[in-house]
Design a protein around this ligand. Structure first.
Ligand code: F6R
Length: 601
């Protein structure tokens, strides 16, 4: 939530800052703003606008040339999406600007105290308390902004990435992080700070990882990282492996469509070098329970994972909504293996659930798409998915690769514990290796589905039905539709319908049914469920490997091992959600009220 960028160097700052914000807009798009130091010791140039980045860009007609600057794109938490609440926030003199991602939990007490000291507040945000606090601290540290930042971080509660700039030392930008992402981009005579590397990837591929409670000061000459006591730290440096073009739309009208079509490659990349086994040092024998913790789409991937991992490893698997997990004080001990799944690696709910489990002695084996992010950094072992940068807020290719990770983990544990038959392992490996081509095949046949979707655009509600691994797939189809089409959608297990949800069916209600493989007992059961909804007037769209006659519309997918079917059956569901968003005039890549990386609880 909230994208943050800072630049100091030899070029005009406006371009790298705005370009960085454009790439970070997926993190929040309620408002955007920049601060540029025009003259030493004078008030900063500030522009900020409610709404998307384009509103800010349009307002930036006569912007001064400066060699440093900070910019912010916001996902609102405290205070609505107005110009006044947009970041940067300023001190009383307008010379110190601050941007923030996260939540300051003690902002009310800070604000009360600061107002007593004469500070004037102009917004309803938690962030504004921090800039006033920093302003006072800077004065007591004789203008040393980094020292002031160290000082105030000890007084702040909550999660934050902070960037600050003062016009007295315009080439210096100071950053801080606690439970919220911040990376350094190291350039030649120029340096960057940002929420993630996509913001500066077109300028440098060298990045530094910052640890918890670290303060960073960048200038064109260098980067200095310290802990909160002022001790100088040596951050880990790494090379960014993808290039800027991976984060461009590449001719597609939306990132989401591009990412849907990138799934065959994302799956193939995630499988490379892993079909023969995973490179993990964990001894699975010691675990008697596996708990998958995740949110949203990643949680749905975990639900599919439960079917495969439990079956192939013989170990009981629970899947928990990360936001609920720690608050119910679950039973966890050294024999618990916790698998957090996260595309971003920064989701606060997942991070907190994982930390809770770690504190109780669990081993953490995370599945993550973002190199160097907090979740993998704090894990005992990591399986990186190689989906590449996922920019659209609605997750598609990351989900596909999370499914692959689940299968690989299930097989790995089963093999290590010698509980899965060699023939089955060989069969699944063969099936996994064929998946990219099969997804490609599905993508080649979705055009009629796009037309069909447009005819359903005025539906009140769309229901999704599945059984076995088709059930979490149905949940994922409903989640995608809700977030993109803003319409009522729910996923149900086919057998659950008669226990209540069937009352939702009315004449004309669209029902998307994911058919289990032909000749399976579940295919028969699902066929009965379909008859039940049809008898009540539903219009059934079936996604099926075989010629299923009872549906009003049939979307064929290739045959595949039953556990792997979600990788194929979710693709038409993604296409339905995408097309529905367009048909209803919604913003596909940036649906309302959402953000890509949810770094608040
Ligand atoms: C839905 C979606 C979200 C994320 C969830 C977890 O399309 O993208 O539900 O899956 O916020 O995010 P990560 O995987 O980054 O932890």
């Amino acid at each position: 939530m909230c994208g943050i960028v800072g630049y100091t160097g030899k070029s005009s700052a406006l371009n790298p800052v705005i370009d960085g914000l454009r790439r970070l807009e997926y993190r929040g798009y309620d408002s955007a703003g920049i601060a540029l130091p025009t003259q030493i010791g004078k008030p900063l140039f500030i522009e900020k606008r409610a709404g998307k980045l384009i509103n800010l860009e349009e307002a930036l007609k006569n912007t001064p040339e400066t060699k440093s600057g900070i910019g912010h794109t916001r996902w609102a938490t405290h205070g609505g999406p107005t110009d006044a609440n947009a970041h940067p926030h300023l001190d009383n003199e307008g010379k110190l600007a601050l941007i923030h991602n996260g939540i300051i939990e003690n902002y009310i007490e800070l604000r009360t105290e600061l107002e007593k000291r004469g500070h004037k507040f102009k917004s309803e945000t938690d962030t504004e308390s921090v800039v006033h606090l920093l302003s006072d601290a800077r004065k007591s540290h004789n203008g040393d902004l980094a020292a002031a930042m160290r000082d105030i971080c000890k007084q702040l509660r909550g999660s934050f990435t902070l960037l600050a700039l003062h016009s007295d030392n315009p080439t210096i930008i100071v950053g801080a992080r606690r439970n919220s992402p911040l990376v350094v981009g190291v350039g030649d005579g120029e340096n960057f700070l940002a929420s993630d590397v996509s913001a500066f990837i077109s300028h440098t591929k060298v990045a530094l990882e910052l640890g918890q409670d670290q303060i960073v000061e960048i200038s064109p000459q260098g980067v200095v990282v310290t802990d909160l006591t002022g001790k100088v730290m040596t951050p880990k440096q790494y090379e960014i492996s993808w290039d800027a073009s991976a984060a461009e739309r590449g001719g597609y009208p939306h990132f989401m469509l591009k990412e849907i079509y990138e799934q065959p490659k994302a799956i193939a990349d995630t499988l490379i070098g892993r079909l023969a086994g995973l490179d993990v040092k964990l001894k699975f024998k010691k675990f008697n329970k596996i708990v998958i913790v995740a949110c949203g789409t990643a949680y749905n991937a975990g639900l599919v994972g439960k079917y495969a991992i439990e079956k192939w490893s013989g170990i009981a698997v629970d899947v928990e909504l990360a936001s609920e997990y720690r608050y119910r004080q679950p039973s966890i001990d050294k024999k618990t293996l916790v698998i957090p799944i996260s595309q971003s690696g920064e989701t606060m709910d997942t991070l907190m659930a994982m930390r809770y489990a770690k504190d109780k002695g669990a081993t953490i084996f995370s599945v993550c798409n973002t190199n160097g992010s907090t979740i993998p950094r704090e894990s005992d072992a990591v399986l990186y998915t190689h989906a590449g940068p996922e920019i659209a807020v609605a997750s598609t290719k990351a989900f596909a690769t999370q499914l692959i990770a689940m299968y690989l983990i299930g097989l790995e544990i089963g093999k290590q514990l010698k509980v899965v038959k060699k023939e089955l392992v060989e069969e699944i490996i063969q099936e996994l290796s064929e998946l990219p081509a099969k997804v490609e095949q599905v993508l080649e046949t979705v055009e009629p589905l796009r037309e069909l979707t447009r005819t359903l655009k005025d539906s009140q509600s769309i229901l999704f039905l599945g059984r076995h691994v088709g059930y979490p797939t149905a949940l994922e189809g409903a989640l995608k539709l809700k977030e993109l089409a803003y319409m009522h959608a729910e996923g149900f297990a086919g057998g659950e319908l008669k226990h209540g949800p069937i009352a939702l069916i009315d004449v004309g209600t669209p029902v998307v049914a994911i058919m289990p493989p032909e000749n399976s007992i579940l295919a028969e059961k699902m066929a009965s469920n379909i008859q039940e909804v049809k008898a009540r007037g539903a219009v059934v769209i079936a996604i099926s490997e075989f010629e299923f006659k009872s549906a009003d519309h049939l979307i064929r997918i290739p045959q595949v091992h039953e556990f792997l079917q979600p990788v194929l059956s979710v693709v038409p569901l993604q296409v339905i959600a995408y097309e529905m968003a367009i048909a209803r005039g919604n913003d596909v890549d940036q649906p309302r009220n959402l953000a890509k990386s949810v770094t608040v609880e």
